[in-house]
Ligand binder design. Structure first.
Ligand code: GLP
Length: 243
């Protein structure tokens, strides 16, 4: 079931997003979080840091698994997703770094590293709350539109439009890695609850297509329609075509 929450300010967006995570941690301090990068969740992470600093939540017993990482970027590269997570969240809360997992972008054997990530996810059991953004082409994590989608963590070649969209974080589009490692659609859909977040008018069309259009591997986010518990958090612009 899809529950759409449309908010009217950034502040509300961050409060609702962080509120969902905080509520979960308060009822289950050992919850397993699935985390996302991109610009959309940044304010939610800031709000979580604030709640932690106020003593309202703790991540001490929490484990986290991130969705994806660029192949070839070392953990300390300014645009690596590991560094993003450390800077935007992990360094400011009480999570044990050993309990935070981000796919390894510099593994000598990425295919093997992907298998290992899947093994760790399987061992963890089930992600309690998976945070997601959405790409303009309907990708979630880095599961790009394709004739076939993968269930488990795998290496993926990034689409030209995805590299172009993410070029804003690099000096030029040529510096954007050509490949990434991403959790598969099966692992994402296995989560107990999913929070899909989107902001801005540029996401309005793809959200409409993903949430109300046909299920298709050409729009990976459309498969979220099959999940029993998805919260869609949008601002007025991104939710402009959703009723
Ligand atoms: C990247 C990430 C996705 C993210 C998407 C949207 O490609 N791999 O996980 O959801 O971008 O990013 P943004 O929130 O900046 O629009």
């Amino acid at each position: 079931m899809l529950n759409i929450v449309k908010v009217s300010s950034d502040e509300q967006f961050n409060e609702v997003g962080a509120g969902l995570v905080a509520g979960l941690l308060q009822s289950n301090p050992r919850a397993i979080l699935g985390l996302a990068t991109g610009s959309t969740p940044v304010g939610v992470y800031s709000q979580l840091i604030e709640l932690f600093q106020k003593g309202l939540i703790s991540f001490a017993q929490t484990r986290s698994f991130n969705l994806d990482e660029y192949i070839g970027l070392a953990p300390d590269h300014p645009e690596s997703y590991r560094r993003f997570m450390n800077e935007k969240l992990f360094n400011h809360i009480d999570i044990d770094m050993r309990n935070t997992h981000v796919p390894d972008g510099t593994a000598a054997d990425p295919e093997q590293a992907a298998l290992e990530y899947t093994r760790m996810l399987d061992e963890a059991g089930q992600i309690d709350l998976q945070l997601l953004g959405i790409g303009h082409n309907g990708h979630i994590g880095f599961n790009e539109p394709a004739d076939e989608l993968q269930a488990h963590t795998h290496v993926v070649e990034l689409k030209k439009d995805t590299r172009a969209a993410n070029a804003r974080f690099f000096n030029s589009v040529d510096e954007v890695p050509t490949h990434a490692m991403t959790m598969g659609i099966g692992s994402i859909l296995k989560s107990r609850q999913i929070l899909l977040m989107a902001k801005g008018a540029s996401k309005a069309d793809i959200l409409k297509r993903a949430l109300t259009g046909p299920l298709t591997t050409q729009c990976p986010a459309s498969l979220l329609q099959t999940h029993p518990n998805v919260v869609i958090l949008v601002d007025q612009a991104a939710g402009g075509r959703l009723s």
